[in-house]
Design a binder for this molecule. Sequence first.
Ligand code: ADP
Ligand code: MG
Length: 693
Amino acid sequence: MRPEILFPLFASVASLTGIGPRLAQAIGKMAGSHVADILWHLPTGLIDRRFAPKIGEAIPGAIATITVKVDIHQPPRIPRLPYKVLCSDETGELDLVFFHARQDYLDRILPIGQERIVSGKIEEFQGRLQITHPDHVVERSELETLQTVEPTYRLTAGLTSKPLLRAIRGALERAPDLPEWQDAAWLRKNQWPGWRDALQSVHAPQSEADLAPEAVARRRLAYDELLADQLALSIVRVNQRARPGRCFAPTGELTAKALAALPFFLTPSQETALAEIGADMAAPVRMLRILQGDVGSGKTIVALLAMLQAIEAGSQTALMAPTEVLARQHFATIEPLARGIGLTIAILTGRDKGKARAAVLDGLKSGDIAIVVGTHALFQEEIAFADLGLAVVDEQHRFGVHQRLMLASKGAAADMLVMTATPIPRTLMLCAYSDLDSSRLTDKPAGRQPIDTRALPLSRIEDVVTRLETALAGGARVFWVCPLVDESEVSDLAAATDRHAALEARFPGQVGLIHGQMSGTAKDKAMAAFSAGHTRILVATTVIEVGVDVPEATIMVIEHAERFGLAQLHQLRGRVGRGERASSCLLLYAPPLTETASARIKILRETNDGFRIAEEDLRLRGAGELLGTRQSGLPAFRIADIVQHRDLMLVARDDARLILDRDPGLATPRGQALRVLLYLFEKDAVVQTLRSG
Ligand code: ADP
Ligand code: MG
């Protein structure tokens, strides 16, 4: 249960004074619906209102806060013109200019003959000084609150700065004094303020430096967030390891047979990964390991060999893929090998129903089935294994930490191997996957040809199609990926359908189509037709991103490449260049390219090394382009910045482990405070797995 001290922070923003349902909705969309959410909405700029000159010293272009006497109101002669209020002090005259003004309102806030403080940007117009729409008009008593530095925030439709400022002030007043969860010495060393002071201070920047990620108050709050995250991951990790794992004692018989049947030798990094996995499996702890490697680096075979070790030791194994298509493909790859060495293998997805499904369930329960390949359906439903020893999750960046948490909390007692084709930069690896150990496949299987990557403006699409004609005549097979138009699948689909129709008109009977809205069977059919060469061009939305394997495909066309992220483009490109033949990738873009988009294309042309691309991707994101973290599988933080606060991320990881070593139940006073921190960042599910303390 969330501690009571946090209740004010989890109240609705609508409960703040001055925030009605409409504003609450706008704030909700932009920042979130809780009071805490707007506290994490940090200022992006500031307006310094401390400059308070006499009119005679005012500088056009500057923000100034000036004390004036209201002299005359000059309503416009024709409605188009502005309403002017002429003001002065002993050094000169200043006009206040209002468009579409309401006279009664101006009469009220600027009564003739009275003194008022006005603040806004000074302009010079036809030889006179003026302020158009002053930001503030107040009485002398309010001078002190006005003559300060005002933070500015990112806004959204239906939300202007005044009500947002008011909401944030209200939220700050509600922020309780929370028990300190950070180590005292660490706070002193960094000269970090307490939580509440840090919060007040980030919302009251005095200079540009205070807005930077390295400002002390920001770093303190970022560290809080990172520590909460790392602590949550560490708790999961500890929980996992606390359960006794089994010590597999493989005989080596099945793996030897499989290796003999393979038409190739393992690469050195495949050997290393397999040794690491084998050591985990033999040890009396539960394995939680991630196997990273580019598309085509040969993860599947490593996973299969690990599965065989578990089977040799007498248990069953499962391989879970993120999509139906991928599950079927894994099955198609593994089945012949498995059968060849005398194993029973089955597939189980949401689509398998009736008798066939019942037969698989029976086989799993009785232990007759040694390997089952499937989708989420494998773990989510009431499926019982006689003895599941190893679960392989082909993650391909679709499952995040939360899904893993769920899976783990289901209590599957098996060893777990996660495969991902998204190479993750080392520092992020430590952060996003710090609950896992890691193995990397860094070398590509022998015989792979480099992919010739080119970028062309969309206007040259005709040339591309003509080139395809020649290529198809020579037997080539082509992936044509259509852009993500927006978040809506419907418009993605329209783009793909149109492209399919256009290509089909040109190459009748040779063009297939695959997209996310198709039924599973229709997708399989489209894949199978392309795989068998019945269709020669496969037009696709990004569904093909996840691991589709057609070694005969040698050309990848990506339409509107500028709309994809770097990692995504790399993934897509990885669909070709898997066979012995030379491949090419054509990136069609709509000019003009943004700086980041051209940087992405340049990197792709330079390298095919997924780990380097991942680092570059991170760097480009750091340059301000926030590609959806959702897609990339990277964690999304509210305050912390995965690039700017990388150093803190590493400290947080060690800190979290140390904390749990000393106080595994978070029972000490600091532990209790850390529980509050976990709730503050909504890690409720994790706290609940701790022994009550
Ligand atoms: P990933 O799952 O990492 O995308 P796969 O395991 O699907 O890669 O392997 C891609 C292709 O490379 C498959 O056809 C596989 O048989 C082949 N392959 C795997 N390992 C090797 C190797 N060591 N040498 C040659 N080919 C390999
Ligand atoms: Mg694979």
